[in-house]
Each structure stands twice: as structure tokens, then as C-alpha cells.
Ligand binder design. Structure first.
Ligand code: PMP
Length: 414
């Protein structure tokens, strides 16, 4: 019997799909190591959006004319693609948003304001992005619920043995965490958190902004209750995203944004809400962007999420190996098998912004800053890090150029 072989990602072939790599930066080829901030866009996504606008664009859910129906069909086909992408059981559970931030705010406001009060506990983690941390902190303050933060250990992994102590101060109603940390790359044990949250009678809200581009996201296997992602991180356009929620929770929740499309009937005496998912899609949505997002989901699914994860893992090992040669470097984050393709580091005595500036002169794009994770920076005892992150189009030469650039940084600023 033939042994199934794992399909290897052909990053060089995929890279040719991304027109941006034709650009020269300071007369050098672009080494793009900032995909954790936003991914570049393949021609297939750009073409799909152009073709949609040129042949099928009209507003959705309003018109009966041919073009309007065509636009509706494309928009709802995108919902089906998104349903398949996260393995939701129904397209009614797929809410199109402007991105992960909007999806997480939607849950915090619509579910949180209706369900939280004094005596309740809202639990987030030290690894969370501000977009999952701050809305829950704010809604906890508004409702009188306690706000607790699950700490991480020195390797950058959640301290799950502290969970029970977190529940001592009240009834845990919400656990909110990211699936993959955008700063350290840590892959969090979402299934275990879901089990613990449900034992407390709490819901689990997953920020999958950094996970969805890189690992298979299966909401049914994860056992979570809400999950948010952004299109722009997975090679799609900006301004679109998905919030998945369990149908019974979405049905019971009041709306978040109010206006056109989300109503069933409106009168001065009473307004009633549209059915799912439209109850949560007020106003004209980002139609062309949603079409582009669906194309991006198809693109990365065709490349294979498992193959993407293995490719990034190889680059990560290469990067950790090569970066450890750089004198005075501090590398943050767990062991390679516990994380996605992200490396955060600091060089002794050199500010990350200066590191990123010198690297830019070499055509190497990295992110410097707190990465919207200030509580994590506090834990690490730094104000900022430099972060390199990989994706489908990343190649080992880019890592080598990063390392060569860091030697130059040391020579000029060290
Ligand atoms: N969560 C994580 C883990 C992220 O990396 C990001 C984007 N940096 C967000 C949430 C917010 O996503 P967006 O800006 O697309 O709303």
C-alpha cells in the first residue's frame, strides 16, 4: 500500500503569484517579513475583485434586477466559502464584519452587556491582542464584572494550572483568548480552554486573527462559542472579516450595529430584527472585499493549511538557528514545535525601531513595537520587540537577509 506523503508547499511558485515581489526597496528586492501584521495579496484575489466589480457589482439584499441578484449570489457564495473555511455547521452562523476587531467588539458588546454583571468574571490572557483584551476590560467595567488575566510562563505559554485560582473570585462567564499569539507565535490549547470554560458554565471567545492564515481552524473541533478572523491576514483585502458564533447564542443576542438590512420591521412603536446572519450585518457591507476574502480563503486552502504550517515551521527553525548566531540577541517565545512562524527578538542596547529602520535600508520589512500587546510587553519587561513573521511566499533567503541585516545593525549602532 502506498504511504501517503505530505505535500510540500512550493513557496517559490506561490511567491510568483504576488506582484508586490516585483518591487525594489532601496534598490533591493523586497524581503517581506511582516505578514503577522498583514499579508500580501496574490493576483488571484486582485483579479477576483476586479472581475466582480467589472461584471457583477450592485448593492446586496435590496434589488430584484439581474445585477443585484448576481451580486447577492456572489456575496452569499462567499458566505458558504467562509462557512467551509471554519467548518461551521450553517452559513447562518457566519457574520461578515470589517475584521477581527469588529467581530470581537460585537461579541463583547452584544453578548457581554446582556449577560454580565457583578459577581461574574471575565477572563482574558496575558498573550491577548488589545482587540480581545480591551473590549472585555471595558465591558467588564461597564457591567461590574471582575476582569482577570491568565498569566503566561517564562516560555510564553499560558499557565493553565492558574485557571482554577482565576475562578475563585466569582462565576466565570467568559474566557477570551487568541488561538495563535501575534507577538510570540504561541499556539494556545483552545480545546482545553473550551473544556474548562464550559465546566464553569462560561463561553469561550477565540481570536483567530493570527491563526486562520496559518493553521486549520475548525470551530466544531475547537469546541469554542465565538471565533473572529480578519481577511487581510490571510491574503484577502482589508475591511472584511468573519465572526462565527454558535447559532443559539447569536439568536439570543441583541444586535450590535443598528440600521438598514438588520431589521424585519420598523415602526415608531416597535422595531424587530432580521434573521441570522443579517441581524448582525447593518448597513451596506464590504461586498467586493468579502468576495476577495472568499477568493483568498480558496487560495490558501488550495495551498493547504497543513502544508503552510509545515513550511512556516521549517522557516522558523531556520530563523531560530541563524538568529542565535547574532551576538547580544534575546529571542522570545516557546519552543518551535509550540508556535507558528513568528520570531520576536531584541538586540542589546538597540531600540527595535532603529533595528527596523536599518533593516529597511536593506529591503527587509519587519515590525517594531508592542504589536498591540502591551500587557505581554510588560510581562517580558520590555517596551517593544522587533518581529519577523513568515507566510506562504516566504523563502529562506529572506531569513538570511534578515540575519545579514542584523549584523549590519550591530556594526552601525551596536
Ligand atoms: N488579534 C490578533 C492576534 C491580531 O494579530 C490582530 C491583528 N494584528 C487582531 C486581533 C486585530 O485584527 P484586525 O486589525 O484585522 O481587526
Amino acid at each position: 500500500m502506498a504511504v501517503p506523503t505530505q505535500v510540500k508547499l512550493d513557496a517559490r511558485r506561490l511567491r510568483a503569484d504576488f506582484p508586490i515581489f516585483g518591487e525594489q526597496i532601496h534598490s533591493k528586492p523586497l524581503a517581506y517579513l511582516d505578514s503577522a501584521s498583514s499579508a500580501q495579496k496574490p493576483r488571484q484575489v486582485l483579479d477576483a475583485m476586479r472581475e466582480f466589480y467589472e461584471t457583477s457589482y450592485a448593492n446586496v439584499h435590496r434589488g430584484v434586477y439581474t445585477l443585484a441578484v448576481r451580486s447577492d449570489e456572489r456575496y452569499e457564495a462567499a458566505r458558504e466559502t467562509a462557512r467551509g473555511f471554519v467548518n461551521a455547521s450553517s452559513p447562518r452562523e457566519i457574520i461578515f464584519t470589517r475584521g477581527a476587531t469588529e467581530g470581537l467588539n460585537l461579541v463583547a458588546y452584544a453578548w457581554g452587556l446582556a449577560n454580565l454583571g457583578p459577581g461574574d468574571v471575565v477572563l482574558v490572557t496575558e498573550l491577548d491582542h488589545h482587540s480581545n483584551f480591551v473590549p472585555w476590560q471595558f465591558i467588564a467595567q461597564r457591567t461590574g464584572a471582575a476582569f482577570r488575566v491568565l498569566p503566561i510562563d517564562d516560555a510564553g505559554e499560558l499557565q493553565l494550572d492558574a485557571l482554577d485560582e482565576m475562578s475563585a473570585s466569582g462565576t466565570v462567564k467568559v474566557v477570551a483568548c487568541n488561538f495563535v499569539s501575534n507577538t510570540l507565535g504561541t499556539i494556545n490549547p483552545v480545546e482545553r480552554l473550551a473544556g474548562w470554560a464550559h465546566d464553569q458554565g462560561a463561553i469561550l471567545v477565540v481570536d483567530a486573527a493570527q491563526a486562520a492564515p496559518h493553521v486549520v481552524v475548525d470551530v466544531q473541533a475547537l469546541g469554542c462559542d465565538f471565533l473572529a478572523l480578519s481577511s487581510h491576514k490571510l491574503c484577502g483585502p482589508t475591511g472584511a472579516g468573519v465572526l462565527w458564533g454558535r447559532r443559539e447564542l447569536l439568536e439570543a443576542m441583541p444586535p450590535f450595529n443598528l440600521g438598514g438590512s438588520m431589521i424585519r420591521s420598523v415602526s415608531a412603536a416597535k422595531t424587530t430584527w432580521n434573521e441570522l446572519p443579517y441581524k448582525f450585518e447593518a448597513g451596506t457591507p464590504a461586498i467586493g472585499e468579502v468576495v476577495g476574502m472568499a477568493e483568498a480563503m480558496s487560495y490558501i486552502s488550495a495551498a493547504g493549511l497543513d502544508a503552510i504550517a509545515r513550511h512556516e515551521h521549517e522557516l522558523l527553525e531556520h530563523a531560530l538557528d541563524r538568529l542565535s548566531e547574532v551576538p547580544g540577541i534575546t529571542l522570545y517565545g516557546p519552543s518551535p514545535e509550540r508556535r507558528a512562524g513568528i520570531v520576536s527578538f531584541n538586540l542589546d542596547g538597540i531600540h527595535p525601531h532603529d533595528v527596523a529602520q536599518v533593516l529597511d535600508w536593506e529591503g527587509v520589512a519587519v515590525r517594531a513595537g508592542h504589536h498591540c500587546t502591551q500587557p505581554l510587553m510588560t510581562k517580558l519587561g520590555v517596551a517593544a520587540t522587533t518581529r519577523a513573521s513568515f507566510y506562504v511566499y516566504s523563502i529562506p533567503e529572506e531569513v538570511d537577509r534578515l540575519v545579514a541585516g542584523l549584523h549590519k545593525v550591530k556594526r552601525s549602532l551596536g
